[in-house]
Design a protein around this ligand. Structure first.
Ligand SMILES: *Cc1c(COP(=O)(O)O)cnc(C)c1O
Length: 335
């Protein structure tokens, strides 16, 4: 069953006081650029440093009689599940691939969860989570294809529209699509006229390729500055694929160079430390791939990045991720 607006309101009650009410602040620089308010929903200020706590808390709250939980993750979902499991005294085993930055692994271990690093892709990590379900009886919580997770992420949409009912465009970072599905459901249920645009990096954009093909397809997972947006949507996707298909107005892709520049913009203009995945909305707007129409909001989804790489970016140095090299450029405010 697809989640409904009522499920999102129920999620909002469950996460209240722990994972809600992050600030919605204007970016003066971006507002000047688009000639209308450009707002940042600061999910980087969540206790685990990312929005995924919303969905994880909502999903773990529903469990009864489970001895423990497991999931595959690009890092932030695992941290949310670890946080939520610890609060309920449950065992948590988080499965991730070798592409996950060390900062994310450390954050998960610090919450007392067990970490399994397996293979080179989300699919490898997913296989390990499935093995743990079969052999150790753990309950798996999908990072995006779970009605409770989608409803939890959707509470962000409720909060944005409650504060700014005049929002015309929402720019949502897009990977497995749990965030975009939930936010689009909330926003369009309240105001069907809101334009919701999903944004992914142009290397390995699984939802984009799947929507083009008309069914979930596999993509090659490659290193990206937006590491939190990596991985597939699952070949047997039940929820986030149809919801993104039916609710998103458009999907826009941005390049690694554009992500690099947008990270500098968010840091120098708004003084915010955020992951590459968070700035894809800014990157899409700055590169002219999205046409501004009026008040716009984007979600600064998380801050769990390796500070060494971040330091290189804001000081204009080149960055190497696997076989990917992003040429350094000192920040210059474009005219
Ligand atoms: C998971 C994640 C996303 C994308 O969310 P999906 O529900 O997988 O589309 C974006 N940004 C960050 C920081 C994330 O951790």
């Amino acid at each position: 069953m697809l989640p409904t607006l009522a499920d999102i309101f129920a999620a909002a009650r469950r996460i209240r006081g722990v994972a809600d009410a992050t600030p919605l602040v204007p970016s003066v620089f971006m507002s000047g650029r688009i000639g209308a308010d450009f707002l940042l929903k600061l999910e980087n200020m969540q206790p685990i440093g990312a929005f995924k706590l919303r969905g994880a808390l909502n999903a773990v709250a529903a469990l009864e009689g489970a001895s423990g939980v497991t999931c595959c993750s690009t890092g932030n979902h695992g941290r949310g599940v670890a946080f939520a499991a610890r609060a309920r005294g449950l065992r948590a085993v988080i499965c991730m691939s070798n592409l996950v930055p060390q900062a994310k692994v450390d954050g998960i271990r610090a919450l007392g969860a067990e970490v399994r690093i397996v293979g080179q892709s989300q699919d490898d990590a997913q296989a390990e989570a499935e093995r743990l379900v079969a052999e150790e009886g753990l309950v798996e919580i999908s990072p995006f294809d779970d009605p409770r997770v989608i409803s939890g992420q959707g509470t962000i949409g409720l909060e944005i529209l409650a504060k700014r009912p005049d929002i015309e465009t929402l720019l949502v970072p897009l990977s497995g699509g749990g965030l975009a599905a939930g936010v689009a459901l909330a926003a369009k249920s309240i105001n069907p006229g809101v334009r919701v645009i999903g944004i992914s990096m142009d290397r390995g954009a699984a939802m984009y390729e799947s929507l083009r093909a008309g069914r979930p397809v596999e993509v090659e997972e490659v290193p990206s500055l937006a590491d939190s947006l990596g991985g597939g949507i699952g070949l047997s996707n039940r929820l986030s694929f149809p919801m993104c298909r039916d609710l998103l107005d458009e999907i826009v892709l941005v390049s690694e160079d554009q992500i690099y520049h947008a990270m500098q913009v968010l840091y120098y203009e708004d003084r915010i430390v955020a992951e590459g995945a968070c700035v894809v909305g800014l990157a899409a707007m700055l590169s002219g791939k999205v046409t501004p129409t009026g008040p716009t909001a984007t979600i600064v989804t998380g801050r769990n990045l390796d500070m060494e790489i971040f330091t290189r970016i804001v000081t204009g140095q080149s960055v190497q991720l696997g076989d990917l090299v992003i040429e350094g450029r000192p920040y210059r405010r474009a005219a």
